[in-house]
Design a protein around this ligand. Structure first.
Ligand code: ATP
Ligand code: MG
Length: 372
């Protein structure tokens, strides 16, 4: 018997009491069988959304079109979805309609991979109609049904395939693999946000190099991903998602990848540092700090296999590297009679001076430098 969290068990039991079938399904069942703690639980049920909303007091119709209702149990949101089968697919992305059905089998057959197509409840045990358990044991990803049909229905499954292969460290079954590569051009129909979500998860996976054939076949070149990244480097930097993203795209953001501002700033920052002379001295590191910030500089040094000891020293000793750190201000210079652009130029020169030699950062010494 699986150990299911109390609230999940409560929802299943309550649906049962009201005459409906209900199971945990998909990723959580897979993860339990892999002896991992699921990060969330999905419940699938024969109850329609209206029926789910009648059974429970507090519900939110979060994805009613797809049959998903969020049930709140003591404030905790639990997703409950009606058994469904997908109608015809329009454009490798969206089913034309979804049809609610009353049996679990149909619901399981619309799921992507055998390891994701198992359901469980304490009363009936495991429902594994497609050999999911066997594939889990053998660490194999295999499409449910005819792989080509399934990838043509929804090309996101191709990315999910490589994402799971990377994160679970599983092999891809040959027919599933061949169909995925054959259908890979359809990926361009998927929204960039969804593609990026999958890629960002995949790149942090244990065996990201599985994605090589997908890049090699050109299916991702519309994202600017037309040469394979340095997989060895990526595997060394798994603890830094930003650096992995940088390495994945090799700093080359061609199209609008819908990156967050943090991601864009990071990638632009690393690119800026790459254009500067490679940091050999403490002063060089300060110039990196001045051009970006601590986080980006630290990751840049890590990327270049340079120790962060000197960086830590700079920060700990509060060594000056910004104009704002100077013991003299623009106003001081204005009151000395300097004007306009000249002030900026002088401050930059002084910044360079103190970067090289922090002991120069006293008002008297800086004034002395100016008169020189
Ligand atoms: P994760 O650990 O990333 O959450 P997951 O398998 O739970 O993995 P979800 O995206 O949460 O993935 O989806 C839940 C389940 O819904 C999957 O296990 C699978 O059964 C089904 N599913 C999700 N996306 C698709 C899809 N594009 N096509 C078919 N079935 C899908
Ligand atoms: Mg999930």
């Amino acid at each position: 018997m699986f150990k299911i969290p109390e609230k999940i068990e409560y929802v299943i039991k309550k649906l049962n009491k009201n005459g409906f079938d209900a199971y945990i399904v998909g990723g959580c069942v897979r993860d339990i069988l892999l002896l991992k703690t699921p990060h969330d639980y999905d419940i699938t049920t024969s109850a329609t959304p209206d029926e789910i909303m009648t059974v429970f007091d507090k519900t939110i119709p979060t994805g009613i079109k797809h049959g998903t209702v969020t049930v709140l149990i003591e404030g905790e949101p639990i997703e409950v979805t009606t058994f469904r089968c997908d109608g015809d697919y329009l454009d490798a992305r969206h089913p034309k309609n979804v049809k609610f059905v009353r049996n679990l089998k149909e619901d399981l057959s619309r799921r992507d991979f055998t390891v994701n197509a198992m359901a469980y409840n304490n009363e009936s045990g495991l429902c594994d109609l497609f050999g999911g358990q066997e594939d889990l044991k053998a660490k194999i990803l295999r499409a449910v049904g005819d792989p080509e049909t399934r990838f043509k229905e929804d090309a996101l499954r191709i990315l999910r395939l490589f994402r799971f292969a990377s994160t679970l460290n599983f092999q891809i079954e040959q027919n599933t693999f061949d169909a995925a590569i054959k259908c890979a051009p359809l990926i361009s129909k998927i929204s960039v946000e969804r593609i990026m979500t999958e890629l960002k998860t995949a790149v942090l996976g244990e065996s990201f190099k599985v994605i090589k054939p997908l890049i090699d076949c050109g299916a991702l070149s519309f994202l600017g991903l037309d040469t394979c990244p340095d997989f060895e480097k990526i595997s060394k930097h798994k603890n830094s998602p930003l650096l992995c993203l940088y390495l994945l795209f090799q700093g080359n953001i061609k199209t609008d990848l819908k990156l967050s501002n943090i991601e864009k700033d990071f990638i632009n920052g690393i690119n800026r540092l790459k254009e500067m002379p490679s940091p050999k001295t403490k002063a060089d590191i300060k110039r990196c700090l001045a051009a970006t910030n601590e986080t980006i500089t630290r990751q840049f040094l890590t990327l270049l296999d340079i120790s962060c000891e000197e960086l830590d020293e700079i920060l700990q000793n509060r060594e000056p590297y910004l104009i704002g750190h100077l013991k003299i201000t623009g106003n001081d210079l204005l009151s000395l009679g300097y004007k306009g652009e000249g002030v900026g130029e002088i401050l930059k020169t002084l910044q360079n001076e103190v970067i090289e030699n922090p002991t120069q950062n006293t008002k008297a010494r800086l004034l002395n430098l100016i008169t020189k």
